[in-house]
Design a protein around this ligand. Structure first.
Ligand SMILES: *Cc1c(COP(=O)(O)O)cnc(C)c1O
Length: 363
């Protein structure tokens, strides 16, 4: 079938693999011979039970999780996790958490801890250079309950290439915009969470991967919907989960395993895609990347043109030529190409062609 689709560089909600959308289209009227839409089946049915179980198992396999971790699905997005983390884990008034501030999302996570009056230390920040880099040689506090980082900074276009040594303190990572983009050694992590709508599905749920032993410190006297133990004891189905989103995630994970061939392969493809763009910036006098080279994100490529009028024209002309979502986040301006897992490889040379033509005509 042929569709009139554009190359979608949106930051989130973002592009999904076309085979996944096609499968969803089919099951929208009749899910697995049930005679019902995937949006009409009961979350207590055998059909949905298979969906959520399979999504969890695929996550376990893709990230090599073993038995130490649980995979949960929680509504409220990544932003809800900013609040739940201090609420559930900073319960001993004498203890504090370490945060690294690498941009808008880290700042919001820190604010939620502050609001609750919990103790924390910002052990490093890249605010001095407009968050254009990932801090190095950070000294973490060995008695911190957790060390919170944002693995990929969707708005600023920076990403941790490797994860810091935290003196044994479990890393809690917001991986909303790079989960499943590369293999992950979970050894250093206590928790990884990701709003689905960047790299693993449509909006509506946050994937939370959490080390089981940490759950024992979650206090009982929190509202049921706000504590991790509720989700863990009820297989993420204490109440009605966002069934459709979980279903779409299941299909994306299946695509990752069976079509792409796992996260090593995905990482290789992602590196190739990003390299094409960054190599181009490095030789261009017209386009310039905003992130420091050793901190560049493989997911969100941020760049500037010589002035804001040209940037505006670039975004408009690009869309007319079939390239959507290239405007930078409203808080920073400039341009951004979000090139997540589902961005097809051919989108990059096509975009580069357009960029060259645009430069010739406007440079
Ligand atoms: C988009 C994003 C968020 C916010 O996610 P919501 O699901 O909208 O709450 C948080 N962190 C990062 C890194 C993001 O990219």
């Amino acid at each position: 079938m042929k569709y009139d689709r554009i190359f979608n560089f949106n930051a989130g909600p973002a592009v999904l693999p076309l085979p996944v959308l096609e499968e969803i289209q089919k099951s929208f009227l009749d899910f697995k011979g049930s005679g019902m839409s995937v949006t009409e089946i009961s979350h207590r049915s055998k059909w949905f039970d298979h969906v959520i179980t399979d999504a969890v198992e695929r996550t376990r396999r893709l990230l090599n999780l073993g038995d130490r971790f649980e995979v949960l699905f929680i509504q409220g997005g990544a932003s809800m996790q900013f609040a739940l983390i201090p609420m559930n884990f900073l319960t001993d008034g004498k203890k504090s958490a370490d945060y690294v501030n690498t941009g808008t999302w880290s700042t919001k996570a820190i604010r939620e801890t502050e609001i609750q009056g919990k103790k924390y230390n910002v052990v490093a920040s890249s605010e001095d250079k407009n968050f254009s880099y990932i801090p190095k040689n950070i000294k973490f506090n060995s008695d911190a309950v957790f060390a919170h980082i944002t693995s990929n900074n969707t708005i600023k276009g920076t990403q941790w290439a490797s994860f810091p040594d935290t003196a044994g303190v479990p890393i809690f990572a917001d991986m909303s915009s790079d989960i499943m983009s590369r293999p992950l050694d979970m050894e250093k992590f206590g928790m990884v969470y990701a709003g689905a709508q960047k790299n693993i599905g449509p909006a509506g749920v946050c994937m939370v991967i959490i080390r089981k032993d940490l759950l024992s410190s979650v206090p009982d006297n929190l509202p049921s919907m706000l504590k991790y133990t509720t989700y863990s004891s009820k297989n993420s189905m204490y109440n009605t989960p966002p069934c459709f989103t979980v279903y779409a995630i299941q299909l994306v994970l299946k695509w990752l395993e069976e079509t792409i061939g796992g996260l090593d392969k995905m990482a290789e493809i992602n590196e190739q895609k990003a390299k094409l763009l960054y190599d181009y910036f490095d030789t261009s006098n017209f386009y310039s990347g905003t992130a420091e080279p050793d901190s560049r994100s493989l997911m969100n490529v941020t760049f500037r043109l010589p002035n804001e009028d040209l940037e505006k024209k670039f975004v408009t002309d690009a869309l007319e030529n079939g390239f959507g979502g290239l405007k930078g986040h409203r808080s920073v301006g400039g341009c951004r190409a979000s090139i997540y897992n589902a961005t097809p490889q051919e989108a990059i040379p096509a975009l580069l062609d357009f960029m060259e033509t645009f430069e010739k005509e406007n440079g």
